[in-house]
Design a protein around this ligand. Structure first.
Ligand SMILES: [Zn+2]
Length: 276
Protein backbone atom coordinates (compact mmCIF):
# COMPACT_ATOMS: atom_id res chain seq x y z
CA UNK A 1 0.00 0.00 0.00
CA UNK A 2 1.24 3.47 -0.77
CA UNK A 3 2.57 5.86 1.81
CA UNK A 4 0.29 7.23 4.51
CA UNK A 5 1.46 10.81 3.97
CA UNK A 6 -0.62 13.11 1.73
CA UNK A 7 0.86 13.96 -1.64
CA UNK A 8 -0.19 15.23 -5.07
CA UNK A 9 0.82 14.17 -8.53
CA UNK A 10 -0.18 15.42 -11.98
CA UNK A 11 -1.05 13.54 -15.15
CA UNK A 12 -0.42 15.03 -18.57
CA UNK A 13 -1.86 14.05 -21.96
CA UNK A 14 0.07 14.02 -25.26
CA UNK A 15 2.82 16.66 -25.05
CA UNK A 16 4.10 16.59 -28.66
CA UNK A 17 7.24 18.51 -27.71
CA UNK A 18 5.43 21.30 -25.82
CA UNK A 19 7.36 20.76 -22.57
CA UNK A 20 7.52 24.49 -21.71
CA UNK A 21 3.72 24.73 -21.87
CA UNK A 22 3.40 21.63 -19.67
CA UNK A 23 5.79 23.07 -17.07
CA UNK A 24 4.19 26.52 -17.02
CA UNK A 25 0.66 25.12 -16.67
CA UNK A 26 1.62 22.90 -13.74
CA UNK A 27 3.82 25.43 -11.95
CA UNK A 28 0.98 27.98 -12.21
CA UNK A 29 -1.31 25.43 -10.58
CA UNK A 30 1.19 24.76 -7.79
CA UNK A 31 1.52 28.47 -7.07
CA UNK A 32 -2.18 29.11 -7.11
CA UNK A 33 -3.19 26.07 -5.10
CA UNK A 34 -0.15 26.24 -2.79
CA UNK A 35 0.17 22.50 -3.21
CA UNK A 36 3.44 21.00 -4.40
CA UNK A 37 3.47 18.17 -6.92
CA UNK A 38 5.63 15.18 -6.03
CA UNK A 39 5.87 13.84 -9.58
CA UNK A 40 4.27 13.93 -13.05
CA UNK A 41 3.01 10.99 -15.13
CA UNK A 42 2.71 11.32 -18.89
CA UNK A 43 0.80 9.05 -21.26
CA UNK A 44 2.97 9.09 -24.41
CA UNK A 45 3.61 11.24 -27.49
CA UNK A 46 5.98 13.16 -25.26
CA UNK A 47 8.35 13.72 -28.23
CA UNK A 48 11.66 14.17 -26.42
CA UNK A 49 13.77 15.01 -29.47
CA UNK A 50 17.34 16.01 -28.66
CA UNK A 51 18.11 17.04 -32.25
CA UNK A 52 17.09 16.47 -35.86
CA UNK A 53 18.58 12.97 -35.94
CA UNK A 54 16.08 11.93 -33.23
CA UNK A 55 13.24 13.61 -35.09
CA UNK A 56 14.13 11.59 -38.20
CA UNK A 57 13.29 8.36 -36.33
CA UNK A 58 9.75 9.47 -35.43
CA UNK A 59 6.77 8.20 -37.41
CA UNK A 60 4.73 11.25 -38.50
CA UNK A 61 3.76 13.18 -41.62
CA UNK A 62 6.17 16.03 -42.45
CA UNK A 63 3.79 18.74 -41.22
CA UNK A 64 3.93 17.26 -37.70
CA UNK A 65 7.73 17.05 -37.57
CA UNK A 66 8.88 19.73 -35.14
CA UNK A 67 11.88 19.57 -32.87
CA UNK A 68 9.90 20.95 -29.94
CA UNK A 69 11.24 22.10 -26.55
CA UNK A 70 13.09 19.06 -25.30
CA UNK A 71 16.61 20.03 -26.39
CA UNK A 72 16.59 22.79 -23.73
CA UNK A 73 16.05 20.16 -21.00
CA UNK A 74 18.56 17.76 -22.50
CA UNK A 75 21.20 20.50 -22.72
CA UNK A 76 20.47 21.51 -19.10
CA UNK A 77 19.30 24.99 -20.08
CA UNK A 78 15.97 24.16 -18.47
CA UNK A 79 15.00 21.67 -15.81
CA UNK A 80 11.74 19.89 -15.05
CA UNK A 81 10.70 21.04 -11.56
CA UNK A 82 9.51 17.50 -10.65
CA UNK A 83 10.39 14.00 -11.81
CA UNK A 84 8.48 13.24 -15.03
CA UNK A 85 7.78 9.61 -15.98
CA UNK A 86 6.52 8.90 -19.48
CA UNK A 87 5.67 5.99 -21.74
CA UNK A 88 6.09 5.99 -25.52
CA UNK A 89 3.22 6.82 -27.86
CA UNK A 90 3.09 6.45 -31.64
CA UNK A 91 5.06 9.66 -32.28
CA UNK A 92 8.38 9.24 -30.51
CA UNK A 93 12.09 9.20 -31.42
CA UNK A 94 12.21 5.42 -31.12
CA UNK A 95 15.69 5.42 -32.67
CA UNK A 96 16.81 6.81 -29.31
CA UNK A 97 14.24 5.31 -26.92
CA UNK A 98 14.71 1.77 -28.24
CA UNK A 99 18.38 1.82 -27.26
CA UNK A 100 16.94 1.36 -23.75
CA UNK A 101 13.83 -0.85 -23.95
CA UNK A 102 13.92 -1.22 -20.14
CA UNK A 103 13.69 2.56 -19.75
CA UNK A 104 16.24 5.23 -18.74
CA UNK A 105 16.68 8.85 -17.69
CA UNK A 106 16.96 11.11 -20.77
CA UNK A 107 17.65 14.23 -18.73
CA UNK A 108 17.46 15.23 -15.06
CA UNK A 109 13.92 14.55 -13.80
CA UNK A 110 12.92 12.91 -17.07
CA UNK A 111 12.44 9.14 -17.14
CA UNK A 112 11.25 6.85 -19.91
CA UNK A 113 9.48 3.78 -18.49
CA UNK A 114 10.53 1.57 -21.40
CA UNK A 115 8.51 -0.59 -23.81
CA UNK A 116 7.02 -1.96 -20.61
CA UNK A 117 8.03 -0.96 -17.15
CA UNK A 118 7.15 -0.16 -13.58
CA UNK A 119 8.27 2.39 -11.03
CA UNK A 120 7.33 2.82 -7.39
CA UNK A 121 6.69 6.43 -6.36
CA UNK A 122 5.90 7.17 -2.71
CA UNK A 123 4.76 3.55 -2.51
CA UNK A 124 2.44 3.97 -5.53
CA UNK A 125 3.20 1.29 -8.11
CA UNK A 126 2.99 2.76 -11.62
CA UNK A 127 3.17 0.39 -14.60
CA UNK A 128 3.20 1.34 -18.28
CA UNK A 129 2.98 -0.03 -21.80
CA UNK A 130 4.46 1.98 -24.67
CA UNK A 131 3.11 2.13 -28.23
CA UNK A 132 -0.19 1.41 -29.93
CA UNK A 133 -1.84 -1.74 -31.25
CA UNK A 134 -1.60 -3.27 -34.72
CA UNK A 135 -3.13 -6.70 -35.06
CA UNK A 136 -1.11 -7.69 -38.15
CA UNK A 137 2.22 -7.60 -36.28
CA UNK A 138 1.06 -8.22 -32.73
CA UNK A 139 2.57 -11.71 -32.54
CA UNK A 140 5.82 -10.73 -34.28
CA UNK A 141 8.91 -9.08 -32.92
CA UNK A 142 9.71 -5.51 -33.92
CA UNK A 143 12.36 -4.99 -36.60
CA UNK A 144 15.90 -4.73 -35.21
CA UNK A 145 16.94 -1.20 -34.35
CA UNK A 146 19.75 -1.47 -36.92
CA UNK A 147 17.11 -1.58 -39.67
CA UNK A 148 15.82 1.89 -38.68
CA UNK A 149 15.80 3.97 -41.85
CA UNK A 150 15.37 0.90 -44.08
CA UNK A 151 11.93 0.00 -42.76
CA UNK A 152 9.06 2.34 -41.99
CA UNK A 153 9.40 4.31 -38.72
CA UNK A 154 5.83 3.23 -38.09
CA UNK A 155 6.98 -0.36 -37.55
CA UNK A 156 8.55 0.80 -34.29
CA UNK A 157 5.38 2.39 -32.91
CA UNK A 158 3.46 -0.77 -32.03
CA UNK A 159 3.46 -2.88 -28.90
CA UNK A 160 3.47 -6.62 -29.34
CA UNK A 161 2.50 -9.75 -27.42
CA UNK A 162 5.81 -9.87 -25.60
CA UNK A 163 5.39 -6.30 -24.30
CA UNK A 164 1.88 -7.08 -23.04
CA UNK A 165 3.10 -10.25 -21.34
CA UNK A 166 5.86 -8.31 -19.61
CA UNK A 167 3.31 -5.89 -18.18
CA UNK A 168 1.13 -8.80 -17.05
CA UNK A 169 4.15 -10.32 -15.33
CA UNK A 170 4.54 -7.16 -13.22
CA UNK A 171 1.72 -8.61 -11.16
CA UNK A 172 0.32 -5.57 -9.42
CA UNK A 173 -0.14 -1.94 -10.32
CA UNK A 174 -1.94 0.95 -8.62
CA UNK A 175 -1.70 3.07 -11.77
CA UNK A 176 -1.49 1.89 -15.38
CA UNK A 177 -0.17 4.18 -18.14
CA UNK A 178 -1.39 3.42 -21.66
CA UNK A 179 -1.17 5.50 -24.82
CA UNK A 180 -4.34 4.31 -26.57
CA UNK A 181 -7.54 3.72 -24.62
CA UNK A 182 -8.76 0.34 -23.40
CA UNK A 183 -11.73 -0.96 -25.40
CA UNK A 184 -15.20 -1.14 -23.93
CA UNK A 185 -15.20 1.99 -21.81
CA UNK A 186 -17.54 4.04 -24.03
CA UNK A 187 -21.19 3.16 -23.36
CA UNK A 188 -23.25 2.46 -26.53
CA UNK A 189 -25.29 5.66 -26.08
CA UNK A 190 -22.09 7.73 -26.37
CA UNK A 191 -20.66 5.88 -29.38
CA UNK A 192 -22.10 8.36 -31.90
CA UNK A 193 -20.16 11.09 -30.14
CA UNK A 194 -16.92 9.36 -31.17
CA UNK A 195 -17.69 9.23 -34.90
CA UNK A 196 -14.78 10.50 -36.95
CA UNK A 197 -12.39 10.31 -34.01
CA UNK A 198 -8.93 8.92 -34.71
CA UNK A 199 -9.04 5.31 -33.61
CA UNK A 200 -7.56 1.89 -34.01
CA UNK A 201 -7.71 -0.21 -37.16
CA UNK A 202 -10.59 -2.21 -35.71
CA UNK A 203 -13.47 -0.41 -37.48
CA UNK A 204 -15.66 1.73 -35.24
CA UNK A 205 -14.34 0.67 -31.86
CA UNK A 206 -12.57 3.12 -29.60
CA UNK A 207 -9.52 1.64 -27.89
CA UNK A 208 -7.98 -1.80 -28.12
CA UNK A 209 -8.57 -5.19 -26.53
CA UNK A 210 -5.02 -5.67 -25.21
CA UNK A 211 -5.13 -2.45 -23.21
CA UNK A 212 -8.44 -3.69 -21.84
CA UNK A 213 -6.93 -7.07 -21.01
CA UNK A 214 -4.29 -5.32 -18.89
CA UNK A 215 -6.95 -3.31 -17.06
CA UNK A 216 -8.94 -6.47 -16.35
CA UNK A 217 -5.91 -8.46 -15.23
CA UNK A 218 -4.09 -5.86 -13.13
CA UNK A 219 -7.20 -4.08 -11.82
CA UNK A 220 -5.30 -0.84 -11.15
CA UNK A 221 -7.02 1.92 -9.20
CA UNK A 222 -6.29 4.33 -11.98
CA UNK A 223 -5.80 3.93 -15.74
CA UNK A 224 -4.38 6.89 -17.67
CA UNK A 225 -4.40 7.32 -21.46
CA UNK A 226 -3.98 9.89 -24.23
CA UNK A 227 -3.75 9.38 -28.00
CA UNK A 228 -7.25 10.56 -29.01
CA UNK A 229 -6.60 14.14 -27.81
CA UNK A 230 -9.84 14.07 -25.93
CA UNK A 231 -10.66 14.24 -22.24
CA UNK A 232 -12.88 11.49 -20.98
CA UNK A 233 -13.66 9.87 -17.65
CA UNK A 234 -14.87 6.31 -17.34
CA UNK A 235 -14.80 3.40 -14.92
CA UNK A 236 -14.29 -0.33 -15.26
CA UNK A 237 -16.10 -2.43 -12.68
CA UNK A 238 -14.30 -5.70 -11.93
CA UNK A 239 -16.11 -8.89 -10.90
CA UNK A 240 -14.47 -8.86 -7.44
CA UNK A 241 -15.93 -5.43 -6.68
CA UNK A 242 -12.74 -3.44 -7.35
CA UNK A 243 -13.12 -0.45 -9.71
CA UNK A 244 -10.61 1.12 -12.05
CA UNK A 245 -11.01 4.81 -12.80
CA UNK A 246 -10.09 5.53 -16.42
CA UNK A 247 -8.87 9.07 -17.15
CA UNK A 248 -8.19 10.01 -20.76
CA UNK A 249 -6.55 13.35 -21.42
CA UNK A 250 -6.43 15.87 -24.25
CA UNK A 251 -3.15 17.14 -25.74
CA UNK A 252 -1.13 19.93 -24.11
CA UNK A 253 -1.79 22.26 -27.06
CA UNK A 254 -5.51 22.04 -26.21
CA UNK A 255 -4.87 23.53 -22.76
CA UNK A 256 -6.47 22.65 -19.41
CA UNK A 257 -8.14 19.46 -20.69
CA UNK A 258 -4.68 17.88 -21.00
CA UNK A 259 -4.06 17.98 -17.25
CA UNK A 260 -5.33 16.27 -14.10
CA UNK A 261 -4.13 16.22 -10.50
CA UNK A 262 -4.61 13.40 -8.03
CA UNK A 263 -4.31 13.43 -4.28
CA UNK A 264 -3.12 10.40 -2.33
CA UNK A 265 -4.15 10.36 1.29
CA UNK A 266 -4.21 7.46 3.72
CA UNK A 267 -4.32 4.89 0.97
CA UNK A 268 -6.99 6.68 -1.08
CA UNK A 269 -6.47 8.08 -4.55
CA UNK A 270 -8.71 10.93 -5.63
CA UNK A 271 -8.83 13.36 -8.54
CA UNK A 272 -9.05 16.97 -7.45
CA UNK A 273 -10.37 19.94 -9.41
CA UNK A 274 -7.42 21.97 -10.71
CA UNK A 275 -8.97 25.38 -11.16
CA UNK A 276 -11.83 26.36 -8.86
ZN1 LIG B 1 -0.98 12.69 -29.87
Amino acid sequence: MFSSQTFFFAVVGDVHGHMHQMVSHLTAWEERSRRPLDFVLQVGDFEPHRHNADLATMAAPTKYRHLGDFAAYHQRRRRFPWPVYFIGGNHEPYGHLDLYPEGFALAPHCHYLGRSGVVELNGLRVAGLSGIHREATFCKSRPPLASMGDVSNKDFTFFNEEDVERVLALGRADVLLLHDWPSGIIPPEEAADFQGQRRGASHDLVGNAYARLLVDALQPRLVLCGHLHRRYAGTVQHPGGQRSLVRCLASVEQGAEAFAVFQCREGTLQEIAMWE
